[in-house]
Structures are given as C-alpha cells and as structure tokens.
Ligand binder design. Structure first.
Ligand code: AMP
Ligand code: AMP
Length: 338
C-alpha cells in the first residue's frame, strides 16, 4: 500500500491555493506553494505551505518543475495555471499532476467548450453569427479575455459598430445572446475512484462594474457614459431552490458522459458549470471549467451541501486531496494523474 508521506501536494500561489493547501494538510499531506516573488505573504501568514518556492513569474513554472519531480509532488492545476502558464502548456507538465490529460484545452477554447456542452445536451445561449443579425441584447466576448474584462453589450448593429471601435486590436470575438437572469455557478466533483458525482456547492460572482452599476440612478449611468464590464473581484455563497437540484445533478452526469468522447478516460475531479437562470428557471450555461474554480473559496469550512454528506468540514480542495489519498493508499495513483 502506498503512503501519503512519500508525496507532497503543490500548487501555484493564487486562485484557490489557500483552499487546496489547507485541504491537503487536513488529509495529512505536506505541501509546496509556488509563489511569484512578493506574493508569498498569505501562504506564510495562513500557515498552509510547508515549503515555498519563489519564481519571478508563474511562466517560469517549467524552470522549477525538476524540484517538484524530485520531491514527488503532485501538482494541482487551477485557474491561475490556465491564465498565466497556459492551458496548452498543461500537456507539457512532467511532474505528477491531478486531472484528465488534455481536458484544460477544452475549457480554454470557447468553440470547443460549446461543442462539449451541446453534445452533453446542456442549454447554451444562442450565438449570433454576424453583427447584422443582432435582434436582441447581446454580449460581445473577445477571445482570450480574462476574467470577464473587456466584454460589452449591444442591442443592435449600430451600437455594436460604435462600441467595437474602442477595441481596434481585438483578436476576434463571439456575439452571444445576453440572458437576463441570476448568475449561478455550480461546483461539481466527480471521482473516478468512487464513481460518484457530487454537488459541492454554488457561488455567485461579484463583478465590477456589473454588480455596482445599480448603485447609481439610470440617468447618472447614461450621463457618465458607463459601459457594463465583468471583471471578477470576488465570490459570494449561494444556495439554490431545492427543486432545481435534480436537474443540476443530471447536467453534471451529462457533462461527464460527454467528456468521455473528448479525452482519454473523460473528465474527473472538480469542475464547474457557469451560467444564468432565467425567470422560467431555464439554466443557460455559457462556460465550463474543467478544474477547481475560485467560487469554491467561500467554503473552506465546507458548504451547506457538503455538510449534508460529510461528518467533517469538506472543501473542494480537501475533496481533491482525499481523492489523491484514496488513490495512493489503494495503489491506483495512475488513475487520477494526467
Ligand atoms: P489571478 O491569479 O487572480 O490572475 O486569476 C487567474 C484567473 O482565474 C483570472 O483570469 C480569472 O479568470 C480567474 N479567477 C481568479 N479569481 C477568481 C474568482 N475569485 N472567481 C472567479 N474567477 C477567478
Ligand atoms: P465569463 O467570462 O464567460 O465567465 O463571463 C463573465 C460574466 O459575464 C459572467 O459572470 C456573467 O455575469 C456575464 N455573462 C457572460 N455571458 C453571459 C450571457 N450570455 N448572458 C448573461 N450574462 C453573461
């Protein structure tokens, strides 16, 4: 039987690192945090890292990778890995790392994401093929836009033409139907070891300035020429109407089943469906993340949903570490490494 003391859990110091490293400690692992110089303080202050490796930039990950390999560290890729090192680079990771190989490329490409969701039978917002066809409120999303920065809204072709002028150097965009409703982000965990799909919780994003615009009168918004932006600042916790849960479990199953045709062995571990629920209770999904999302951070002590299932506080970070622990102790580590 493998022993967890022979391994370490490592991640980049941003996004969900506090939660991942704390969860690893709770399951008995030693931890390593890779920090950009000057960003070490939270990981020291909260005592979650047994070791810190500092780099000038996360892009230098591959320079320190030999140290991780030597220490038998298992890397957990998260949103900052995708944003700062790159989803395509995930395939070049030589250190042990959690998650299905190649799956991050599916989340990094909007067209691939959509193909996955549609194949899974999930409702997605309509795509408007050309500005001429704008017949409703639409959201324009640039390729490579990070964290909702630089999106804009338009109601017709004229508005589109006016607003696109502000982005002369854009590298392409998609025009999507804007769904009026409440944003709901559903956090899942699917374990290959237990074969079970769990809903870990939900969050709602707090975005600037979309979530603050209502603090001033509509007339002031117009006078100040404010355009809606969606830069993520933080997340708040949410529980959903209980009658929505059966459908949400089904959506998770469908996404996992569809992923088996995309990458070898299919998606496993934490993932998230990100969308808006309209007044008819349709859940339109505009994005899928195939790894832990930062919206799980409010639940370091567990969510109302994990409290139903577990006797101890269970964050998504800890659930990840538990999966790794089960794999090590059951000599099935290969099953969960990318
Ligand atoms: P950062 O390391 O803060 O630059 O985050 C990397 C990427 O992860 C960002 O580009 C965001 O898309 C995403 N992200 C970071 N923090 C959050 C959060 N609290 N909620 C949702 N997404 C986030
Ligand atoms: P994303 O980068 O795709 O996660 O989108 C950032 C934010 O834009 C989301 O959290 C939503 O608030 C908003 N958003 C994106 N797409 C839509 C849509 N089709 N309808 C309504 N809101 C959207």
């Amino acid at each position: 039987m493998g022993k967890i003391k022979d391994y370490r859990i490592a991640t980049l110091g941003s996004h969900t690192a506090l939660q991942i490293l704390k969860g690893a400690h709770d399951e008995g692992f030693k931890t390593i945090c890779i920090c950009e110089k000057g960003s070490e303080r939270p990981y020291q202050s909260y005592g979650v890292a047994d070791e810190i490796i500092s780099v000038d930039s996360f892009k230098d990950y591959f320079k320190i990778e030999p140290q991780l390999i030597k220490k038998k560290a298992i890397l957990i890729p998260h949103g900052s890995f995708v944003a700062h090192v790159g989803a395509s680079k995930a395939k070049e990771i030589k250190a042990m790392h959690y998650g299905a190989r190649g799956i991050l490329e599916w989340e990094a490409d909007r067209e691939k994401q959509r193909e996955w969701l549609v194949k899974a039978g999930i409702k997605v917002p309509k795509i408007i093929k050309s500005p001429k066809e704008i017949d409703r409120t639409v959201i324009i999303k640039f390729h490579g836009a990070k964290g909702g920065q630089g999106y804009f809204l338009a109601n017709n072709e004229r508005q589109f033409k006016e607003r696109i002028k502000e982005f002369p150097d854009n590298d392409g965009y998609v025009i999507q139907e804007y769904i009026v409703g409440v944003p709901v982000y559903t956090h899942y965990f699917y374990s290959k070891l237990t074969g079970e799909l769990e809903i870990m919780g939900f969050d709602k994003r707090y975005e600037s300035n979309a979530d603050s615009i209502g603090r001033i009168a509509a007339k002031d918004q117009v006078d100040a020429n404010i355009h809606t932006t969606y830069t993520i600042v933080g997340n708040s916790s949410l529980v959903v109407r209980e009658s929505l849960l059966p459908g949400m479990f089904e959506m998770g199953d469908q996404v996992v089943a569809a992923s088996k045709k995309l990458v070898d062995g299919g998606l496993f571990g934490p993932f998230c469906l990100e969308g808006v629920i309209d007044p008819e209770l349709n859940y339109y999904v505009f994005e899928i993340s195939a790894r832990i999302v930062a919206g799980t951070n409010p639940y370091i002590e567990g969510s109302p949903y994990t409290a139903l299932k577990y006797k101890e506080p269970m964050s998504t970070g800890r659930r990840l570490a538990r999966d790794i622990k089960m794999a090590i102790e059951g000599d099935q580590l290969k099953k969960i490494l990318g």
